[in-house]
Write a protein that binds this ligand. Structure first.
Ligand code: MF3
Ligand code: CO
Length: 258
């Protein structure tokens, strides 16, 4: 049996994930060619601390930063650095917070300047995969229904699903049971019940599914060097329809005005 949250606990997770969502929108405001991923990280850390929270990733298993910034063929867990973003890049920005004993965790992949139409399509489809996963996060379904929804949408669009990294439960720990793979079979896996809080985070490759870890011990890259996209939201399983705790609406507003 999986640990479900009380409404009081969900309220604290809502605060965290709303802050993560607003932090990602602050980062969105400064993403442009020439900005370094370290500058994005500094802005995020400052915003999180100004809001009375702590960066959720900093120090987690020794992770050295507030954000994971993963550019182009980097899938996830890229460490912010002096790398200056270039026109045509994509960058997955993954952000965590820690406030009132709970975690927030979400990610969005941004276009830097003008990107190729085929790369924009990868971003669109990966975000759609996440939406399809969220639509399956309903009481009475199973984890495999989420996995199947994500995988099917990726593969009918000609993309591949990263196997080595998965979504997860979220609460007093950043990674709780259950694991939420982005590939799998309908009707399999743990039962989803109202009050279960999970992060759904498709990592979708334009080319082949294989990935490897860099010598820095963190950065995950595609083996074939083709781009990869990553979007993540935290949701509560409810009856009929999941409740989203994080949102891309702040980001969408920033991008609409830019
Ligand atoms: N968002 C990532 C995940 O869901 C967390 C980054 S792990 C860290 O697994 F170690 F980099 F913090
Ligand atoms: Co996560």
């Amino acid at each position: 049996m999986l640990y479900t949250k009380t409404e009081e606990e969900i309220e604290l997770l809502r605060l965290n994930n709303d802050l993560v969502s607003r932090t990602l929108a602050e980062v969105a405001k400064i993403i442009r060619p020439g900005v370094t991923t370290k500058e994005l990280d500094r802005r995020a850390e400052e915003f999180i601390r100004d809001n009375g929270a702590k960066p959720g990733f900093l120090g987690y298993n020794g992770y050295p930063a507030t954000l994971c910034t993963s550019v182009n063929d980097s899938v996830v867990h890229g460490i912010p650095s002096s790398y200056a973003l270039r026109d045509g890049d994509i960058v997955s920005v993954d952000c965590g917070t820690y406030l009132h004993g709970f975690y927030g965790d979400s990610a969005f992949t941004f276009a830097v300047g003008n990107i190729k139409p085929e790369v924009q399509r990868l971003l669109n489809v990966t975000r759609e995969c996440l939406v399809k996963g969220v639509e399956a996060a309903v009481d009475g379904f199973r984890v495999g229904d989420i996995s199947y929804a994500v995988q099917t949408h990726a593969e009918i669009n000609g993309y591949s699903v990263v196997r080595e990294l998965v979504g997860h439960g979220l609460g007093r720990n950043m990674h709780e049971k259950p694991e939420v793979p982005n590939y799998g079979a309908r009707g399999r896996g743990s039962k989803l019940v109202e009050g279960l809080v999970i992060c759904i985070e498709p990592m979708i490759n334009m080319g082949k599914k294989g990935v490897y870890q860099e010598k820095d011990g963190w950065t995950i890259r595609t083996q074939d060097g083709m781009p990869s996209a990553h979007f993540e939201l935290a949701v509560v399983v409810r009856k009929g329809k999941a409740e989203t705790l994080s949102t891309f609406s702040y980001i969408d507003e920033v991008l609409r005005l830019s």
